[in-house]
Design a protein around this ligand. Sequence first.
Ligand SMILES: Cc1cc2nc3c(=O)[nH]c(=O)nc-3n(C[C@H](O)[C@H](O)[C@H](O)COP(=O)(O)OP(=O)(O)OC[C@H]3O[C@@H](n4cnc5c(N)ncnc54)[C@H](O)[C@@H]3O)c2cc1C
Length: 380
Amino acid sequence: MVDCVVVGAGPAGAAAAWALAKAGRRVVVIEGAPWPRSRACGGGIAPVVAQWFDLDLTPARVGTVQQLQLTWKLGDPVDLTLDPRASLWAIDRSKFDDCLIQAAIALGASFQPETRATAATWDGTHWTVTTASGTHTAPYLIVADGPQGDGAAWLNLDPPPARSGLIIEASDPNPSATPTARFDFGTVKNGALWSIPLPDRAQHIICAARFRGSRDRPEQLEAAARSMADHLGLKVLGSPRPLAVRLWDGDRPLHAHQAVLAGDAAGVADPFSGEGVRPALWTGLRAAEAIDAALGGDGAAIARYSQTVADGLGRDMAWAKRLSTLFNSVPKLAYKIGTRRPSVKGYIGKMICGELQYTYVADRAIKRLTSMLGGNLFKA
Ligand SMILES: Cc1cc2nc3c(=O)[nH]c(=O)nc-3n(C[C@H](O)[C@H](O)[C@H](O)COP(=O)(O)OP(=O)(O)OC[C@H]3O[C@@H](n4cnc5c(N)ncnc54)[C@H](O)[C@@H]3O)c2cc1C
């Protein structure tokens, strides 16, 4: 018997397990994949997350990126230089997730890779999680099974739909002395195309994803990613790897009985940029705090978790969604206006690195864009 079962060892589950173990709670993490597993991801993360852990996460870093380039359909470039103290991290996701889970194990967490959870049932006091090799029972449960897991249904919760994307890895025959992350607008309709350099490996990860609309056209995403590789003179390595993400689309209940959802299972990725690792880590840590408090006798802690996520993340994500809606309605105009103003250029860099929230800039950006369109295209 443990205090909590965590399903999924991605950033959300691993962060939750680490925090619970650090608080002296008994925790078991069940992970379906063999470990360490290769996880497709752009691997660009805001350096602010390192401040949330008293751990050395730098072994998972494949370099830092100080230069950003924004483009419209791979042309009309706008260059931004980040403050060196706030450079974007390019991480190896396999190592990053492993770093966190090893830290949790070192604090006493039990870890079971290659063990897929097939069901979880609530008997009024405990959760029982079923796997092919047996069951795990605990009073508390964290479901952190990512964008394509079934776990939310065990709690009768309904996360937002998974959006599709892919990555391609590409080598760089002429690596630049100033590695540059690129964010392109307009090539992928209702979505995004971006590339994160891995400076220590002379490689790039190119990502294409659709964030709105219902039709999946993976061949178009692949064509967009390949066109960016060609444009940058990169050599594509291997085949594209599909992946999904659940973007925030409104505050929802994220708890049931003595269980909570965290990370993509909760649908908390940024609807404007697709960034999901930072919100996964953040919700994993908040989930652990809620369960630690509940185990300590705070009867309202689990119910408060949904509100904590709404207050701490949902407010900002609501602005990200408004910005995304407007940007995708008039992408060319939004790109022109958004990237030409010097103040906006400064904000973009700070937002990407986690130093500034949408809340502080999106209201003004939306008002300016809508007024330039001469109407109330979008109600902020
Ligand atoms: C094209 C694209 C590029 C992206 N690039 C970036 C980026 O550069 N930076 C960024 O911040 N975000 C990026 N994201 C989003 C990011 O990858 C996710 O938001 C993030 O991985 C979510 O973390 P998580 O812990 O919630 O889930 P995951 O990382 O998916 O972890 C969930 C874990 O649960 C396990 N699991 C699933 N089902 C079960 C089960 N039944 N039993 C046991 N284990 C189970 C899985 O094997 C997995 O290990 C990108 C998304 C897309 C689509």
